[in-house]
Design a protein around this ligand. Structure first.
Ligand code: NAD
Ligand code: UDP
Length: 331
């Protein structure tokens, strides 16, 4: 297939962002547009929303192409490919597990093939899920993980592990410049209120005065990173001159139990909601916290937004989202 080589008459880079209409991808698009790049957002809108990039549509440097990266990637001459396409919440990636696996593997291969043909640098949004239910705590990049390859989370965990393998093989065999971020749980504006992740679930339920559902006894832990901190880490990783030193953990090392999170959300929203208990999903990791020593050394990066500060902006965002949804329903 031929590559569209005609470029905009500008010194600014042409950048493809797969999954650019999703939570994290839309923040990447924002920053790239602010930097002056030409941005081609490729998204099948499975979990992404047009509203996340609506404010960019008026920019002559922004284009949204509706396409499925598991099938085919638009062949455009690009300088960078940011691969964020993949549903990220357990309910959404388990909805069509075969497609999730193909998005991770075939989608990654399509990105790497395009990079090989154009010389583009590739950013891969990998995940702390590559560590599975970890026995090493906090998780360091050299830990190889404990993943159940046949369980309901495997389409995502093993898909992301295979994607990392492809990245490293294309780097070794074809010299493709890849940057792999192992992202730990991140939250903030542009999250879909209904995508099923814990921060959005808890805040939305609390704002609606409905019970917050704690899966299991709530003693499992996660470490939550505010989106602006994560995006800063992304750009430092992508823009460092250092040739990739392998995957880099990006996340906030402050660790909380899910019960603590539920209590903080109820307190911060002033909600009358109660906490109810539901069965723990299969293979739900018991603990998760990043060791970010490598990101600190390589990128001089550390998150700076504490949980309560990040939750405060996120609660304000969800308030507006729920209000807009209510207006939509009534008018
Ligand atoms: P998200 O679900 O909000 O965004 C994913 C985007 O990818 C959506 O816009 C969706 O429509 C699109 N997409 C999915 N499959 C596609 C396909 N086959 N072709 C084209 N587009 C497709 O999720 P997010 O939180 O923004 O996550 C972005 C990336 O970061 C994902 O790859 C995810 O695995 C990774 N990640 C996120 C977190 C987190 O806490 N947010 C943690 C670890 C890893
Ligand atoms: N969780 C919960 N209530 C919810 C959603 C999730 O108690 O409404 C728990 C879930 O079982 C997990 C943790 O919160 O232990 C984080 O879940 P999430 O889906 O956000 O991310 P992941 O499991 O992928 O880290």
């Amino acid at each position: 297939m031929t590559i569209t080589r005609q470029r905009p008459s500008s010194i600014h880079p042409v950048v493809m962002v797969t999954g650019g209409a999703g939570f994290l991808g839309s923040h990447v698009c924002d920053r790239l547009i602010a930097e002056g790049a030409h941005v081609v957002c490729v998204d099948n809108l499975m979990t992404g929303r047009r509203s996340n990039v609506a404010h960019l549509r008026s920019s002559p440097r922004f284009a949204l192409i509706e396409a499925d990266i598991a099938t085919e990637l638009p062949q455009i001459d690009v300088d960078e490919i940011w691969n964020l396409a993949c549903p990220a919440s357990p309910p959404s990636y388990q909805l069509d597990p075969v497609h999730t696996m193909l998005t991770n593997v075939m989608g990654m291969k399509n990105c790497l093939d395009l990079a090989h043909r154009t010389g583009a640098r590739v950013f891969q949004a990998s995940t702390s899920e590559v560590y599975g239910d970890p026995e090493i705590h906090p998780q360091v990049e050299s830990y190889r993980g404990q993943v159940n390859s046949t369980g309901p989370r495997a389409c995502y965990d093993e898909g992301k592990r295979a994607a990392e393998t492809l990245c490293c093989d294309y780097q070794r065999t074809h010299g493709v410049d890849v940057r792999i971020a192992r992202i730990f749980n991140t939250y903030g504006p542009h999250m879909d209120p209904h995508d099923g992740r814990v921060v959005s679930n808890f805040i939305v339920k609390a704002l609606l005065g409905e019970p917050l559902e704690l899966y299991g006894d709530g003693s499992q832990t996660r470490s939550f990173c505010y989106v602006s901190d994560l995006i800063e880490g992304f750009f430092r990783l992508m823009r460092t001159a250092t040739v990739s030193a392998g995957p880099v953990n990006l996340g906030n090392p402050d660790e909380f139990t899910m019960r603590e999170l539920a209590e903080v959300v109820i307190q911060m929203t002033g909600s009358p909601s109660k906490i109810t208990v539901r069965a723990l999903p299969v293979d739900d990791p018991k603990q998760r916290r990043p060791n970010i020593g490598l990101a600190d050394t390589l990128l001089s990066w550390k998150p700076v937004i504490p949980l309560k500060e990040g939750l405060s902006s996120t609660i304000a965002y969800f308030c507006t989202e729920l209000w807009l949804a209510q207006l939509d329903k009534e008018h």
